[in-house]
Ligand binder design. Structure first.
Ligand code: NAD
Length: 279
C-alpha cells in the first residue's frame, strides 16, 4: 500500500520514469538472470557465451545460444505488468520506460518511449573487432548497410539493403553483412561491453528530470543501469520499488512494494487512478 503522500505525488506527476529489469518479464515466462542455471539459460552460462571474446572464439556456438533464447522470447507475450506500464501513457503527460530487458515486451504492450539500455534481441549489428588498429592514415571504412567498420576496404554500395532488413536471429550459419562482409551479431550489450552512449544519456536525462521513478524487477546489480534509481532518489523524485524480495534500494525508496510486477503494477494503477487492468 502507498502512503497518502506518495499516492498524491504520483497522481500529480508530469513525468514518470519506469525502470525495469528481468523480473518484469518473469511472469511472461522469461526466466530472470538469477535463474540462469535453469530452463532458458541451461546448457551454457550466459557469462560464458554472451561476451565478445566468446563470439570471436566460436561465433556459431554463441549465435546458436542466442537463437535458442530468441525462439523462447518470441513465444512470450506481455503480462499484466507490461500492460499497466503502457496504460500509464494515458494517465501521465510524459512516461519514459528504461529497460534492461532485450525482449521487446514493453513495445509489444504499447509503450512508446522505451530506452533499451542493453539493446534488443530483435536487431542485428556488425561485429566490430576492437583489436584492429585504425589511424589517421588508415581510417576505418564505415559500412553504409550495417554501420560497422567494413572488413573489406570498400563497401559494396550496390548490395541489396533488403537482405539486411530480413536477417534476424534464426537457425543456420552466422550471417554476414551483404555490404561489407562483416560478421553480424545480436544488437545486445554483452558482458564487458559499453552501453550505447546515446541511449545511456537519454536514460540519465530521464532519471534526472522525472517526478517519479518506478523500479520494477531488477536486482540492481548491473551497472551503470543500477545507479539510475539512486540518481532520481538523490534529486528528491519519488522512488517506488516493486520486487518480490527486498534489494539494496528498498530501505531508501519512498515505497517498497513486495510482490510480483503483474500483481503490483495493476494494483498501483487501481489505487492511484482507479483504473482496472485485467490479467
Ligand atoms: P536479475 O535477474 O539480476 O534480477 C531480477 C530481479 O527480478 C530479482 O531482484 C527478482 O527478485 C525480481 N523478480 C523476480 N520475479 C519477479 C516478478 N514476477 N516481478 C517483479 N520482480 C521479480 O535481473 P536484472 O536486474 O534485470 O539484471 C540482469 C541482466 O540480464 C540484465 O541486463 C537483463 O536485461 C538481462 N536479462 C534480460 C531478460 C529479458 O530480456 N527478459 C531476462 C533475463 C536477464
Amino acid at each position: 500500500m502507498l502512503s497518502q503522500t506518495v499516492l498524491h505525488r504520483i497522481k500529480a506527476a508530469s513525468h514518470v520514469c519506469v525502470f525495469t529489469g528481468a523480473g518484469m518479464s518473469a511472469e511472461s515466462g522469461i526466466p530472470t538472470f538469477r535463474e540462469r542455471n535453469e530452463g532458458l539459460w541451461a546448457k551454457h552460462d550466459p557469462l560464458e557465451v554472451a561476451t565478445p571474446e566468446a563470439y570471436k572464439k566460436n561465433p556459431q556456438l554463441v549465435w546458436d545460444w542466442h537463437v535458442h533464447l530468441a525462439e523462447k522470447v518470441r513465444k512470450a507475450s506481455p503480462n499484466a505488468g507490461h500492460q499497466a506500464v503502457a496504460k500509464l501513457q494515458a494517465l501521465v503527460p510524459k512516461v519514459t520506460v528504461i529497460t534492461q530487458n532485450v525482449d521487446n515486451l514493453h513495445q509489444d504492450a504499447g509503450s512508446c518511449d522505451v530506452l533499451e539500455l542493453h539493446g534488443s534481441l530483435f536487431r542485428l549489428t556488425a561485429f566490430v573487432d576492437k583489436n584492429v588498429m585504425y589511424s589517421d592514415e588508415r581510417p576505418p571504412v564505415i559500412c553504409h548497410l550495417c554501420k560497422g567498420y567494413a572488413v573489406w576496404e570498400q563497401c559494396d554500395h550496390f548490395a541489396d539493403r533488403s537482405d539486411l532488413a530480413e536477417l534476424k536471429l534464426a537457425t543456420g550459419r552466422v550471417p554476414r553483412c551483404p555490404g561489407c562482409g562483416a560478421l553480424l551479431r545480436p544488437d545486445i550489450v554483452w558482458f564487458g561491453e559499453m552501453l550505447d552512449p546515446c541511449v545511456l544519456e537519454g536514460a540519465v536525462d530521464a532519471a534526472d528530470s522525472c517526478d517519479v521513478l518506478i523500479c520494477v524487477g531488477s536486482s540492481l546489480e548491473v551497472e551503470p543501469a543500477a545507479s539510475l534509481p539512486y540518481r532520481a532518489l538523490r534529486r528528491g523524485a519519488v522512488v517506488v520499488e516493486i520486487n518480490p524480495v527486498p534489494t539494496a534500494l528498498s530501505a531508501t525508496a519512498d515505497a517498497s512494494l513486495i510482490g510480483k510486477a503483474g500483481d503490483i503494477l495493476p494494483g498501483l494503477l487501481r489505487q492511484v487512478w482507479g483504473i482496472e487492468i485485467g490479467r
